[in-house]
Design a protein around this ligand. Sequence first.
Ligand code: BES
Ligand code: ZN
Length: 632
Amino acid sequence: MIRTLLVSVAAAGLLAACSTTAGAPVTPPTAEAPMAQLVQDIHSYAQPNEARVTDVALDLAADFDRKVLSGTATLSVQTAPDADELILDVRDLTIRDVTIDGRSVPWTVGEARPYLGSPLTIQITPDADQVIVSYETRPGAAALQWLSPEQTAGGVQPFMFSQGQAILTRTWVPTQDSPGIRQTYSARIVAPEALSVVMSAEHLTPEGEPAGPGMRAWRFRMDNRVPPYLMAIAIGDIAFEATGPRSGVFTEPSTLEASADEMVDLEQMIEAAEGLYGPYRWGRYDLLILPPSFPFGGMENPRLTFATPTIIAGDRSLVSLVAHELAHSWSGNLVTNATWSDFWLNEGFTVYFENRIMEQVYGRDRAMMEQVLGWDSLQATLADLPAADTHLFIDLASRDPDDGLTDVAYEKGAFFLRTIERIVGRDRFDAYLRGYFDRHAFQPMTTTQFLADLREHLIRGDPALEQALMIDAWVYGPGLPSNVEEPHAVAFDRVDAAVAAYVASGNAAAIPWAGWSTQERQRFLGELPDEIATDRLASLDQALGLSASGNAEVLFAWLMIAIENRYEPAVPSLEHFLTSMGRRKFVLPLFRALMEEDTWGQTLARRIYAEARPGYHSVTTGSVDAVVGVPG
Ligand code: BES
Ligand code: ZN
């Protein structure tokens, strides 16, 4: 069974192979301070040590008929004394004009490379401090999805949302699109008056303000410096309900009640997180539950996590995803991977932190079950990947950063931190982590810098500890080092016994399904034998209601089993699932599994994909196209 968390398929690119090097510790650039030197990011054309964007002010109008955003980006820049060029990242943008002090200046858009886009090179002088780029996005902008009313829950108004990570922000904002380059940002967005605009920033005009016939304008401001992949926008028929004094849920009106009910523990999660690693530094923490085509489970856009509606299970069983995105407010948004090769610093820390929040709010049993599910998923990933891709720090030269989006960054990263925790003790590790977030708040972090920080503040020259931790094996070596400890969940012993009993008897009615949590159900389905006879699948489906499950994780696990056993009666459920949501974590493995089932599966895959593809975001089609082929 394929259990890889997030797998991507990226065409081999043609990037110049220039290697990432560790730089000096980075201090916040301010108007007075000299520019701190940044490490080179192979996924950005920017030369931030020559001229660096420090603030982006957007003034854009959303045109739903043409599916474009158009207007200006006013970039504040900081320059080195000899600067003569400002280089931005752009992909599929139509640049109309670039001005400095009201005068047009020379600019060029270089040749486009796969997934990187082009450099936009602007001639400047060292005294330039503001550059205004007048531009328009294209209808196919990879970050943006423009949904027709039929693709929304309400069915009446259109919807648009962005997904910036990893390097898609350059398809809607002309800026230096590297996670090592932090910028404050503000925006004024004009949209049709029936719609609301939300962004990953402070909402300065919660109701919008008049902006000409039939239009309203919405203003936003993010005063914390953030990497560009965290700029985010959504426009649609969006309502809000508070879940606490500083938290709440945005979503379409028809999904508001269910969404807010699911999130009753949000405030408690924020408090648990603060208790672990220090104050939440972003003001509000709201969630935006998107239409079902949202390609990820969640995206940690600051102040406003974007999330898939597939986490609304009705019983709060999938809220670890919210704990995860919330945890990114420290690991990722506060201390940020300097390049995409350092991605494990974002995700590994966050999976570790997420599980600590879950333990605090829902107890140790729940947290351990989730660790074990993560462990199993990691084992499957490690068995699949080439050894070099199982290192925490990975070489992405000539590759799409999406290639690093595997369980290695997430789960191996988390097990590395759990290993440190076990060896030094929880109190000591917690104190270290809290200090780490404080020392490096609002700064980029390379793997080398993290290891240096760990040695300086935790290991402190203790040779026995240095040896026990096996740091270099974890970070620069394959697989799992020998000091890892496999997690154990008591609840799963009972589930495993039920699997054994079921395999022996074939009696589906005896499975204590109704008394199980979602995690126990996932375990049960994950532990079933690879090959199951049709009559057994039929009785399982009937006894457990699998094809009709309203829990996306359970349904997904069942549909994988059904495909691998060519269980025809589950096809309508499969078809409905694949055409009603576009979360890549579900969509891609299901299509992959179908394609492995010869003519039976391939015919089905092509038919369902032709129907489903128009509803998917480019992140999902980009991956599935490479597996199924582009229909038509
Ligand atoms: N930041 C990621 C999503 C992401 C990573 C988008 C890289 C684009 C490039 C987010 O925090 C995440 O990890 N989401 C997971 C859920 C999580 C609980 C593992 C997802 O979307 O499934
Ligand atoms: Zn994450």
